[in-house]
Design a protein around this ligand. Sequence first.
Ligand SMILES: Cc1ncc(COP(=O)(O)O)c(C=O)c1O
Length: 394
Amino acid sequence: MKSDIQNIPPVDSSRRKWLKAVGLGAGATALAACVDSGVNELSAAGMKTDHFPSATPNLNDGLIRLSSNENAFGPSAKAVEAMKGELFNLCRYADPTTSVLKKKIAEQEGVSEDQIVVTNGSSPILFGYADWITKNGNKLVTSMATYEGVPRGAEFMGADVTYVPLDANMDFDLDAIEAAVTEETTAVYICNPNNPVGRALDPAKLNAFAKRVSQKTQVFIDEAYIEMSDGYPGNVQSSLAAEGYNVVICRTFSKIHAMAGQRLGYAIMPAAQAKEIGGKLRMGGVNYLGLVAGMASMDDHANLNKMRDMVKVERSKLTAAAEELGRPYAKNPQGNFIYMDTGMPHDQFAEKMRAQGIKVVGRTWPGYDSWSRISVGTPEETDACVKALKTVLA
Ligand SMILES: Cc1ncc(COP(=O)(O)O)c(C=O)c1O
């Protein structure tokens, strides 16, 4: 493939047209962009044009998508190559036991394979876990604001959810959460770094909290964005699972691995629970390309490190804009988004940003009506967002 795209001029729309004309198409265009730039801007080149029109809503609406905490830098070029090599094998079912991926995760996280549940994205685990709560005492303690997967799922299924307010730094108030836990509590849900706030907890404090609180109830730590944080890998909490504490550690390939559409996620939990929850979630298994790409991406350490750096650069543009505009925001964000008080109802802000060509998150969290979460994009996308912010919030 590489030889096909040598000596091609820099990527621009005329080049894309030329590539199409000579029959190399969108994949080659994107790959050429990737090779040229030295970073995997595959999706930056590939997502804007020539994508399969109905694969996701409104991808053709011309807006810059900073609404879903997607990783606009695109997947590892090695993951893409691995997938390309396996496309024809999509006629086969994927390994229903996901044994090779589990072995890889087990080695990386120092846990045993029977503690791991693998699903198509981590959302099925969050909802499977919500279901497990309803059958095991029905009481969850978490905070507002946080990612809704587990709490809203649990509420939807009839569980009793206690929301403890965030503390003055907009962190999970671990002391207040601990105080809210009773003998009846089924689980505590912590998201670290927390979506939508972006703040990461002090790892030692979270570790000590989990060790204490897991004596009373199960502690679920959603680490969807952990690999993007400055403290990674020193701040991961999977050692708790390895040491036998009553915890669940949840991860996704949607964020740093930039595979949101590909769907792959996993959780580490006590083996008996993994058997129970994993058994229910198996339902037809994990998708073939997810496994292929996920394993290739896990091995591409250089890419993951580069991703962390690139996300940080874009994130700092957004925090600098918030500073310059004098808007309150959750300080020192550690995911691929910031959370900012725009001073107006979130839907009004979203509408004004949309008029500037930027799509920000379309929902808010109770108590934070004037706050909006904005994801980072490619350098061009983030720059456009900063420009829009300066217009909308001037
Ligand atoms: C904290 C958190 N957990 C889990 C998910 C679910 O992601 P996925 O189902 O793509 O793995 C998200 C998605 O944005 C998230 O922000």
